[in-house]
Write a protein that binds this ligand. Structure first.
Ligand code: SAH
Ligand code: SF4
Ligand code: F3S
Length: 420
């Protein structure tokens, strides 16, 4: 099993050089500290990981839980936990504010229970302003790390036990993918499987490329190995995860290239008894080849999440989405031609820079044309560091954003009621 890798570990020696072995070394070291503390308290130490944001973060949280359990922590509710971890999201400002709110509530508790630990990680921590704010106003946080080094969690816990100071470790970017660390699934029958990390698309409104770094595709043999282990462990449904799965790109040493369509086929064929899903697809890269693989492979789920964001070409251009309304509708037509029964869902948001009433109505008309099975709908939130924040003023008023969002939601409710 992946989470039962056996390394010959001697914690009295120096840590090994190999990344995975090194982390198993620190897991053993942390275990000794946790054991000591739990003997003093006369009970096991407990943890609670709270996840904000998307499925990528949810999968990262399963990795954090896997490491914590291996160290000897036991999962508990947040109000009872000795170690509280917030895995944060910063895609919109409200996700970000919620974390500060929750953190503020922990301050009195931490004062009463000095042995308690608070860890913060995830996308928000990749923003330098956030870390500055935590360093000055939230000194009671124990461990802060980012999206690129969650594999080092055990090592950071050991550093915290040994230094008794706030531990901060943020990497700007990475080309590393560390395999074979422990992971504890939230559901017994289904699991996310990362196929790629990061995003290179730089949609002008989006902070994800800044906080998740450049695209890195995982080796197909590692993906397949993980899926085989999941199958052996009773998992019947997997979700291939990436910010833009259809730009998956792996070059074998002999120069052959594996793209998303090829990977999807490979995965589905190597696990014929599993249902295979994937998210998220970017419309610009939704190829005929991928549509064909979905159509011909019985265990690939006929559901595509294809975020459109807006139905106006002017807005799509400002968003740097690299496709037009016509291209999007053509992809929908291609999907429906190959699979009339394919489910289609989307993401959209209102009130981006310069969005006029006419632009917004084009989004409504696209919604009527496509009839999405479901949609995640938001209002634009300016994010620091993005192209839009520097060049495209956030010039649609809050009232208009909210009004349009309400109209969008009402239309979607109407359409999904009709289609179901
Ligand atoms: N990689 C995916 C989406 C990642 S973020 C894709 O490209 O489709 C999830 C959704 O959040 C996006 O699809 C978009 O609808 C929304 N979103 C991203 N940045 C936003 C912002 N600054 N304001 C409002 N919504 C945003
Ligand atoms: Fe953000 Fe665009 Fe990348 Fe999606 S594809 S994560 S919206 S930059
Ligand atoms: Fe949020 Fe990070 Fe996902 S910003 S949406 S948790 S990639």
């Amino acid at each position: 099993m992946l989470n039962n890798v056996n390394y010959d570990i001697d914690i009295t020696k120096e840590p090994p050089a190999d990344d995975t072995a090194r982390q198993y070394y620190f897991i053993e070291k942390a275990k000794a500290y946790v054991q000591r503390e739990s003997e003093e308290l006369g009970r096991p130490l407990t943890f609670c990981v709270t996840t904000f944001g998307c499925q990528m973060n949810a999968r990262d949280s399963e990795k954090l839980c896997g490491i914590l359990e291996k160290i000897g922590y036991v999962e508990a509710a947040e109000d009872e936990a000795d170690f509280i971890i917030f895995n944060t999201c910063t895609v919109r400002e409200n996700a970000n504010m919620r974390v500060y709110g929750r953190l503020g509530q922990l301050k009195p508790r931490k004062k009463k229970n000095p042995h308690m630990m608070i860890g913060l990680c995830g996308c928000m921590m990749q923003e330098p302003e956030v870390v500055e704010k935590l360093k000055t106003s939230y000194r009671y946080v124990d461990i802060i790390f980012g999206t690129h080094n969650i594999f080092k969690f055990a090592e950071l816990i050991v550093t915290r036990f040994e230094s008794q100071r706030m531990v901060i470790d943020i990497w700007k970017d990475t080309d590393k993918i560390v395999e074979d660390l422990p992971v504890e699934r939230k559901y017994s029958f289904k699991s996310g499987v990362n196929i790629m990390f990061g995003c290179n698309n730089f949609c002008s409104y989006c902070i994800v490329p800044y906080v998740r770094g450049r695209e890195r595709s995982r080796e197909p043999k590692e993906i397949i190995r993980e899926i085989e282990c999941l199958a052996a462990d009773g998992v019947v449904e997997i979700m291939l995860l990436g910010q833009n799965v259809n730009s998956y790109h792996y070059e074998y040493p002999d120069g052959r290239v594996l793209g998303f369509a090829g990977l999807l086929k490979l995965v589905a064929e190597s696990a014929p008894e599993m249902r295979v899903r994937f998210t998220t697809s970017h419309p610009k890269d939704m190829s005929d080849e991928t549509i064909q693989v979905i159509a011909e492979t019985p265990n690939v789920c006929r559901h595509i999440h294809l975020p459109v964001q807006s139905g106006s070409n002017k807005v799509l251009k400002a968003m740097n989405r690299k496709y037009t309304r016509e291209w999007y509708l053509d992809r929908i037509a291609a999907i429906r031609k190959a699979m009339p029964d394919c489910g289609i869902s989307t993401d959209m948001f209102t009130g981006f820079h310069d969005e006029s009433e006419e632009d917004f109505e084009e989004t409504l008309s696209l919604m009527r044309e496509v009839v999405f099975d479901s949609a995640f709908m938001f209002k634009y939130s300016e994010r620091p560091g993005t192209f839009a924040s520097k060049n495209l003023p956030d010039n649609v008023s809050e009232e208009v954003k909210i009004d349009r969002l309400n109209r969008m939601i009402a239309l979607q409710n109407e359409l999904s009621a009709e289609s179901s």
